[in-house]
Design a protein around this ligand. Structure first.
Ligand code: VGL
Ligand code: ZN
Length: 203
């Protein structure tokens, strides 16, 4: 059984959002098309409490983009984003959510960031995503969404780590690109870890 994992296609990652991914809205029609092709569709949702410690606003004299040590893990500080129950955390309005079989929320622990849909950044705690996929007999996953260089990449690397046959669709992702080339670098890292790269279906 094959599943599509739609990563963090939420308002705050679209142009105009709090952590806007350049051209992020371009993935929506591509993902709508992809969702029709998979028997199982999972979606992740970045779902932070307002006190989340990945927010620069929680650290005196710190700005978004700065890097700190957060309880032993390297943490990039972000603008406040995807705050639970706020509109920025909602799925993009154009996303055909009726195709989604289940939603996994992540980043709920204020002390730990969680880019991957499977584990927090320290792999200290797992979400329900692996269990939900395995209970449906899923052995292969295809990953799309936002952002290529953070949540898509780490979801793909963890899927490979867990033994899923893993494919990414780069055209159905967009990168934050804090540094130029981060998109290409992320795709290459996924390839190097054993992931496949697939072209998007034509919209
Ligand atoms: C993400 C930064 C912070 C993502 C989430 O969805 O890629 N990036 N939180
Ligand atoms: Zn986040």
């Amino acid at each position: 059984m094959e599943a599509l994992i739609v990563v963090d296609v939420q308002n705050d990652f679209l142009p105009g959002g709090a952590l806007a991914v350049p051209d992020g809205d371009a993935v929506v029609p591509v993902i709508n098309r992809l969702m029709r092709m998979y028997p199982v569709v999972a979606a992740t949702q970045d779902w932070h409490p307002p006190t989340h410690q990945s927010f620069a606003s929680r650290h005196p004299n710190r700005r978004p983009g700065e890097i700190i040590d957060l309880h032993g893990l390297t943490q990039i500080l972000w603008p406040d984003h995807c705050v639970q129950y706020h509109s920025g955390a909602s799925f993009a309005s154009g996303l055909e959510v009726e195709h989604i079989d289940f939603v996994v929320r992540k980043g709920t622990d204020p002390a730990t960031d969680s880019y991957s849909g499977f584990f927090d950044n320290g792999r200290r705690r797992a979400t329900d995503l692996e269990k939900l996929l395995r209970s449906r007999g899923v052995r292969a996953v295809t990953i799309c969404g936002l952002a290529t260089d953070y949540c898509v990449k780490f979801t793909a690397l963890d899927a490979l780590y867990l033994g899923f046959e893993t494919t990414v669709v780069p055209d159905a992702t967009r990168a934050v690109n804090l540094n130029p080339g981060d998109f290409e670098k992320a795709v290459q890292e996924i390839r190097d870890a054993g992931g496949a790269v697939q072209a998007a279906p034509r919209v």
